[in-house]
Design a protein around this ligand. Structure first.
Ligand SMILES: *[C@@H]1O[C@H](CO)[C@@H](O)[C@H](O)[C@H]1NC(C)=O
Length: 326
C-alpha cells in the first residue's frame, strides 16, 4: 500500500513537472517569437516524446491498479492447479486469472502436464498480475487418458498436485507461513465468496460442489454442525466421498504430514480420500457455506471446440498464421 502511494506521488510530481516544462517552452516561444523552423521542429519532437512517456506512465498506472491488494494479517491461499495444453487452455486461464485477481493474498501454483514449461503458460503468467509459481511434470505414459477414454477412467492431475504439495513443503515454513491449500481445476468456476469462506480453515474445511457426479450438486450432509455422511450417487460409503473442488486444507497440516499425498493407483473416486485419510477424520471436518447448503463452485467444463474447417484449410495448403496465439 505504501509503495503504491509513493508511486502515485511520483506520478503526480512527474505530471506537474512535465506540464510545467511544456508551458515554459510554449511561453518562451510566444514571447520572443524568434524561433526558427528548426527550433519549432525540435519543440514538436519533444512534445511528441512527452506524449509517448505520458501514455506509458498511464499504462503503468493501470497495471498497478490491476494488482490485487495484499493484507499481511490474512492467511495466504495457495491454489494448486494442474493444467495441460489444448485449444481452450489460454481462454480457461484468462477466465480464472480474472477471478483470482480479486482474491487477496493469493498464490497460484500452476503445474503443467508436460516435459517442460510451455511458452504460452510462461508468458501468460508473467503478465497476469497474480503471484505465481510455475511448475511442470509429465503424467507417466500408463496413466495418460487416451482421446477416446471417458474422463473418469483414470485419475487426472495426480502427479501435478503432488508436485505442488512438494513445492509447498520445500519452500514454506511451518512456523512462519500461514495459509490454506486448495486444489483448483482449470475448467471450474469459482465464486469469490468461496475464498473468503476457506481462508480461515483450521484443519480441513468442506462444502458442496455444483454440476458434478451426474447431479445438480454433491455435498457433505451436516447435522448439529458436524459432517455425518455424503450426499452423492457414486459410492457414498467412500471415506471422503467429495470432489477435489470441495475441500481446503490448512497449510500447517500439509507441512506436518509429509507422507500425505495423492495416490496414483487408486480405484475410481478414491483420489480425494487417498490424501485426506492421512490428515483428518470425518467428524473433524469444518463445514462451510452455511453448513454445506450453498453452492459456490461449479464443475463447468468447457466444450471441446471442433477444428473441422481449420483442418480443411490445412489440407488445401492454407493454414492459419501459427504466430497468432489462441
Ligand atoms: C450450522 O449448524 C449449527 C448446528 O445446527 C448451528 O449452530 C450454526 O449456527 C449453523 N451455522 C450456520 C452458518 O448456519
Amino acid at each position: 500500500m505504501a509503495r503504491l502511494l509513493s508511486l502515485k506521488k511520483l506520478l503526480l510530481v512527474y505530471f506537474v513537472m512535465s506540464t510545467g516544462a511544456l508551458l515554459w517552452l510554449i511561453l518562451n516561444f510566444g514571447l520572443f517569437c524568434h524561433t526558427s523552423s528548426k527550433e519549432e521542429e525540435t519543440l514538436l519532437t519533444k512534445t511528441r516524446e512527452l506524449r509517448h512517456w505520458e501514455e506509458r506512465l498511464r499504462r503503468r498506472e493501470r497495471d498497478l491498479q490491476k494488482k490485487p491488494q495484499q493484507d499481511a494479517s490474512l492467511p495466504t491461499i495457495y491454489a494448486i492447479m494442474p493444467t495441460h495444453t489444448r485449444h481452450v487452455q489460454k481462454a480457461e486461464l484468462t477466465r480464472l486469472a480474472q477471478t483470482f485477481l480479486h482474491v487477496k493474498n493469493f498464490h497460484w501454483i500452476l503445474v503443467e502436464d508436460s516435459h517442460s514449461r510451455t511458452d504460452l503458460v510462461t508468458s501468460f503468467l508473467a503478465s497476469c498480475g497474480i503471484k505465481y509459481t510455475h511448475l511442470n511434470i509429465k503424467t507417466p505414459e500408463d496413466y495418460q487418458l487416451k482421446e477416446t477414454d471417458p474422463n473418469w477412467l483414470k485419475p487426472r492431475g495426480v502427479e501435478q498436485r503432488n508436485v505442488g504439495l512438494q513445492w509447498l513443503r520445500e519452500h514454506l515454513d511451518e512456523d512462519s507461513d500461514k495459509g490454506v491449500v486448495y486444489f483448483a481445476d482449470d475448467d471450474n468456476t469459482y465464486s469469490l465468496q468461496l475464498f473468503d469462506e476457506m481462508r480461515q480453515t483450521r484443519g480441513v474445511s468442506v462444502w458442496p460442489v455444483g454440476l458434478v457426479g451426474g447431479m445438480r450438486f454433491e455435498r457433505p450432509v451436516v447435522e448439529h454442525g458436524r459432517v455425518v455422511r455424503w450426499y452423492t450417487y457414486w459410492r457414498p460409503e467412500r471415506p471422503f466421498a467429495i470432489d477435489m473442488a470441495g475441500f481446503a486444507v490448512n497449510l500447517q497440516l500439509i507441512l506436518e504430514n509429509p507422507q500425505a499425498k495423492f495416490e496414483l493407483r487408486v480405484r475410481r473416486g478414491y483420489l480425494e480420500s487417498s490424501l485426506l485419510e492421512h490428515l483428518i477424520t470425518m467428524d473433524e471436518l469444518e463445514p462451510l457455506a452455511d453448513n454445506c447448503t450453498k453452492v459456490l463452485v461449479w464443475h463447468t467444463r468447457t466444450e471441446k471446440p471442433k477444428m473441422k474447417q481449420e483442418n480443411q484449410l490445412i489440407q488445401l495448403g492454407r493454414p492459419s498464421d501459427p504466430r497468432i496465439e489462441v
